[in-house]
Design a protein around this ligand. Structure first.
Ligand code: TPU
Ligand code: MG
Length: 588
């Protein structure tokens, strides 16, 4: 990243608010802020995301002292948490720093997303001065009551560990407790630091090893589960493997591939696990999404006698309104810490260990792969549209497909961009990011920003709808600020088409914007973002060429299509999700 992050103008330190004196009067002392900085650096963060506020300013100063980590600023705290979420996708973990309540409550939305998507995002919030707690003082940025615990209480529901530091001597223990839990469970954690303690003295951090626990499976439980699963697979005439979205978070991608190589059967991926198994692997049969699966894939999975699902997440969306939930008698479900075979549960087993152990014993059975090959029709190459014909969804996808190389990460926003993205062919090395469990429209703009910060050198491509873009559009300016050459395909279909397919009404129409024009607003005097418009194939091809050769900032290509021009998959999926939503209450 060729940026000027910390070089942008600030007042010299002496003119800034006075930093409380450090009490470095004992050996091995540091400050709470620099303890935290060292820990974040040790877990592999080269950046943390932040929005300033008076409860966290001293903490931000302390973090800035660590020269191995850059502070990256966001326009608001919702975006800050989603930027961290995206960074964690690229980098394994992330941190964001916000101010009390007005900041943290916005960041909680992204933290909920990180929980749902199994990403260890550490949210750090500044908080009131310890002298005000219990002093009958009303404070700004609070509810105007004497309750200063509500934020911590709220955080407990959306994190795996939430701590509030109230004494410097407890800080190392509490910081470690939160970070350790986040890494162990792959879930967000929350740390609250009072504004008068960020620069207070505490002991120095120990080595990184004290933060990591490598959990080990219970040997007896592991042996029993492997035996049960191997038996189930061996008695099945047609077994199939299904990659699930939790595979990456719980370190199972390599082990899953080893299992696939050992058994030799067909391998499908759930939509939110796309790219977790190489799409050009000879056993890959496509994305399993019930009746809207990739061609030929749904039939093979639905008719299999045993389905080993590794790290799956079966919800109403991924089961297409509960129409594609594998039945219990066929299913071997490998969760992060347990395995279920035919309704029986084996606990204290870790996903990667289980997959490795099963790979070592399982018998080869390529039946489903042969079945897939027999039934496979060669995919029809999409035809090239007339260059001056009005732009269509199909033509946009055809052109984006050509942009995806092995160094590309394609991020897709909620909306028809999901289905357009799922249909893309990924060469080995290409990655795919989707937020299908939390499903927050607007996630993708800040998440793409965070991902791009965490993955320098990759080609970052975003597909986002007009409705989603309106939620978090301003974070594009941070891509401009950091000169990130992200390519944004903004599909302007004048509304919430995904909602139209689920349930239509006037609420699915939105105010149109000049999306390409917004880039000049964000550029102001110094930015080098580009905004381009495409209304036909020729304009799009030209815009793509310009985007590929523009490295000094992002390019947003506004692609205008008809309101009803959407995928067949969206229409069918939408009608099934609508049917699931509309089920009348069952009387018991
Ligand atoms: O492709 P298309 O037109 O469906 O995408 P666009 O234009 O981005 O529209 C997305 C429409 C949409 C809504 C309004 N998808 N889901 N929702 C519901 C929703 C509302 N608020 C949040 C934060 N997340 C949501 N998913
Ligand atoms: Mg739209």
């Amino acid at each position: 990243m060729s940026t000027t992050l910390q070089e942008e103008k600030t007042k010299p330190a002496a003119q800034r608010q006075t930093i409380p004196p450090r009490e470095d009067n004992f050996t091995g002392a540091t400050t709470i802020g620099s303890y935290l900085a060292t820990r974040l650096e040790q877990i592999g963060l080269k950046h943390h995301f932040a929005v300033a506020g008076d409860y966290n300013l001293v903490l931000l100063d302390e973090l800035l002292l660590n020269k191995n980590m850059k502070q990256v600023y966001c326009c608001n705290e919702l975006n800050c948490s989603f930027s961290a979420e995206g960074y964690a996708r690229a980098n394994g973990a992330a941190a964001c720093v916000v101010t009390y309540s007005v900041g943290a409550l916005s960041a909680f939305d992204g933290l909920g997303g990180a929980y749902a998507e199994n990403l260890p995002v550490i949210l750090i919030s500044g908080s009131p001065n310890t002298n005000d707690l219990g002093a009958n003082h009303l404070l700004h940025h609070t509810l105007g009551t004497l309750n200063f615990h509500y934020q911590l209480e709220m955080a407990r529901h959306i994190t795996c560990e939430a701590v509030a530091i109230t004494h410097p001597e407890e800080a190392p223990y509490l910081i470690d407790k939160a970070i350790r839990a986040a890494l162990r469970y792959k879930k967000p954690a929350y740390i609250e630091i009072p504004c008068n303690l960020s620069a207070a003295a505490c002991s120095k951090p120990g080595p990184l090893t004290s933060l990591f626990e490598t959990p080990k499976s219970d040997p007896a439980s592991l042996t029993a589960a492997v035996r049960a699963a191997a038996d189930r697979l061996e008695t099945a005439v047609r077994p199939v493997l299904l990659a699930g979205p939790k595979l990456r978070a719980y370190g199972g991608i390599t082990s899953f591939r080893a299992l696939a190589d050992a058994i030799g059967c067909a391998v499908a991926a759930m939509p939110n696990a796309k790219s977790f198994f190489p799409e050009d692997h000879e056993q890959f049969i496509g994305i399993y999404l019930g009746s809207v699966s990739s061609p030929g894939c749904g039939e093979v999975v639905d008719s299999a006698h045993a389905i080993l699902a590794a790290g799956p997440l079966f919800n109403d969306y991924t089961t297409v309104g509960w129409t594609a939930q594998p039945s219990e008698d066929k299913l071997i479900q490998v969760d992060p810490e347990r395995v279920r075979v035919g309704g029986m549960t084996f606990d204290n087993i870790y996903l990667a260990e289980f997959l490795d152990a099963l790979a070592a014993t399982v018998k080869r059975n390529p039946a489903t792969l042969l079945e897939f090959r027999r039934s496979k029709n060669e995919p029809i190459k999409p035809s090239i549209a007339r260059p001056d014909a009005p732009l269509t969804r199909a033509e946009i996808c055809r052109q984006i497909q050509d942009v995806i190389d092995s160094d590309t990460t394609l991020l897709v926003e909620t909306g028809d961009s999901w289905f357009n993205g799922l249909n893309m062919k990924l060469p080995e090395g290409a990655k795919f990011e989707i937020e299908m469990q939390w499903g927050h429209i607007g996630w993708s703009v800040p998440a793409t920003f965070g991902y791009a910060v965490g993955a320098p050198g990759r080609r970052i491509v975003l597909m986002v709808g007009d409705g989603s873009f309106q939620l978090t559009a301003q974070e594009v300016c941070q891509m401009i600020r950091l000169k990130l050459p992200v390519i944004i395909f903004l599909i302007n279909n004048r509304g919430y088409t995904i909602e139209v397919e689920i349930h239509d009404g006037p609420y699915n129409n939105i105010k149109n914007w000049d999306y390409a024009g917004i880039m000049s607003v964000f550029n102001a005097a110094d930015g080098e973002g580009r905004g381009l418009r495409a209304t036909n194939g020729r304009e799009l091809a030209d815009a793509v060429q310009q985007a590929l050769s523009h490295s000094a900032g992002p390019t947003l290509i506004e692609c205008t299509i008809d309101r009803d021009d959407c995928t067949r998959e969206l229409m069918e999926w939408g009608s099934k999700v609508a049917a699931a939503n509309a089920r009348p209450q069952q009387r018991t």
